[in-house]
Design a binder for this molecule. Structure first.
Ligand code: NAD
Length: 445
């Protein structure tokens, strides 16, 4: 099938490469000329494991191409996926201007039947608006369908998630649209028997917002529990494991930390709250989810303050900048606010992240960036762990201890075992677990 994907970002590029890999002819369109120029040269503007190889392979055999022109994309393809950004507006609602813009451009160019599929995360009833816009702007009598095919990939495992998703949702209003989507996805779902759920367009739109909001709620629940653990002396890791082993609850996304971030959860939760309010329902449960998340960052910062006491003039190392491991995405990374506050107090920051430093340098230009995670520790008064990259999880504790001027570790991701940290002589502060100090005796010892 000839497919055009508009928006060649984390979702559009991965989807395009995977569709090409399963046998389709794909043209990815983006209005960022620099991005398209880079992609045409075989360079990948984002970090996503395995993506560079997949793009190159399909580009080399001609099944994946790139263009700046929506017109070219619409002329080429029968199916047009919209995968543009839908960021938050100041009031928390989703900014749908890119979606509208693309819908208008597609409509103006269409001369024969097209299926326009929304893959961007959008509030319920967006499909209706897209259909209205296309109907208004296209030449009279040109047939089209609009569908919703929400995307559930996770950055860091995006290719795996696209090729082996938990489910595929087709939000459609015609049999023809369903059949086309089934044909596109057949190479993915046929061998694996991945469930396909065919719904109406509005349900599909809500499924995406509801799924992300539910996952954010699980994280906020774990974070709220971590506060009770901090206050009572319980251990959050033990508590969430004990809960998560119940199959009805599950252990995934039940991790306490420094709060959720990234390009999806913050904006999707706030857009879901906003659209619910517009429809006449106050989703106050989700407002609590947001509040717990904001409080968690503040609570973690207080731990840093308490541990280091005076922050002015302290040299503090930071491991991890991206909002989660295996990505270079810095959008809404919780560490950004923590660094801002530390700098305001006069701390000297030296940071390292395996992939996110180029993006971080744009957001936080005035800190030091290190070449490797160990040399940077020399002369530092302590270390903050902000992202659970594997190289940090498997860190050489002896080397860390030898290099740090003060053996202080404030761990926002609970990646180290408190007992081991104590044995090694660290002052170790984590989230929802008792503070471990080499000089203290732990109550359960
Ligand atoms: P992104 O910012 O990485 O990519 C969006 C791309 O769209 C950019 O390259 C931008 O240049 C392009 N674009 C914007 N307006 C355009 C226009 N008018 N014409 C052509 N191109 C245009 O965003 P993303 O992370 O890929 O997310 C895209 C959508 O998918 C969002 O709605 C997001 O919520 C959703 N989503 C994202 C993820 C994720 O993990 N990133 C997962 C699931 C769903």
């Amino acid at each position: 099938m000839k497919i055009c994907i508009i928006g060649a970002g984390y979702v559009g590029l991965v989807t395009g490469a995977c569709f090409a890999e399963i046998g389709h002819e794909v043209l990815c369109v983006d209005n960022n000329a620099a991005k398209i120029a880079l992609l045409r040269k075989g360079k990948i503007p984002i970090y996503e494991p395995g993506l560079e190889e997949l793009v190159k392979k399909n580009q080399d055999c001609g099944s994946l191409r790139f263009s700046e022109s929506v017109e070219e994309g619409v002329g080429f393809a029968k199916v047009i996926f919209i995968a543009v950004s839908t960021p938050s507006k100041a009031d928390g609602s989703a900014d749908l201007s890119a979606v509208e813009n693309v819908a208008r451009l597609v409509a103006q160019t269409m001369t024969e039947y097209k299926l326009i599929v929304d893959k961007s995360t959008v509030p319920v009833k967006t499909g209706e608006k897209v259909a209205d816009t296309i109907g208004r702007c296209c030449k009279k009598g040109v047939p089209f369908d609009v569908a919703s095919n929400p995307e559930f990939l996770r950055e860091g495992s995006a290719i795996q998630d696209t090729m082996f998703p938990d489910r595929i949702i087709f939000g459609v209003s015609s049999k023809k649209a369903e059949e086309i989507l089934r044909e596109i996805y057949a190479p993915i779902y046929t061998p694996t028997q991945i469930p396909i759920l065919v719904t109406n367009i509005k349900s599909a739109e809500i499924i995406k917002h509801a799924s992300n909001s539910f996952l954010a709620m699980k994280i906020s629940f774990a974070n709220a529990l971590s506060r009770i653990c901090d206050l009572s002396g319980a251990d959050i890791q033990e508590v969430v494991l004990g809960m998560g082993l119940d199959k009805r609850i599950g252990t995934q996304f039940l991790n306490a930390g420094i709060g959720y971030g990234g390009s999806c959860f913050p904006k999707d939760v706030s857009a879901f709250i906003h659209i619910s309010k517009t429809l006449g329902y106050d989703f106050d449960l989700l407002r609590c989810v947001e509040k717990v998340n904001a409080d968690q960052g503040t609570h973690f910062y207080k731990k840093i303050e308490e541990t280091f006491w005076v922050l002015k003039g302290k040299k503090i190392a930071i491991w991890g900048l991206a909002f989660k491991p295996n990505t270079d995405d810095m959008r809404h990374a919780p560490i950004v606010e923590i660094i801002r506050r530390l700098k305001e107090e006069g701390s000297i920051i030296v940071a390292y992240d395996p992939q996110a430093m180029p993006n971080a340098k744009v957001l936080i230009p005035d800190i030091q960036y290190a070449e490797d995670p160990y040399t940077m520790l020399s002369g530092c008064d302590g270390l903050i762990v902000a992202t659970e990259w594997e190289i940090f999880v498997k860190a050489d504790l002896d080397q860390m201890k030898a290099k740090l001027a003060q053996p202080i570790v404030v761990d926002g991701r609970n990646i180290f075992d408190p007992w081991t940290m104590k044995e090694k002589g660290f002052v170790y502060v984590s989230v929802g677990r008792p503070k471990m100090h080499s000089g203290e005796r732990y109550i359960y010892e």
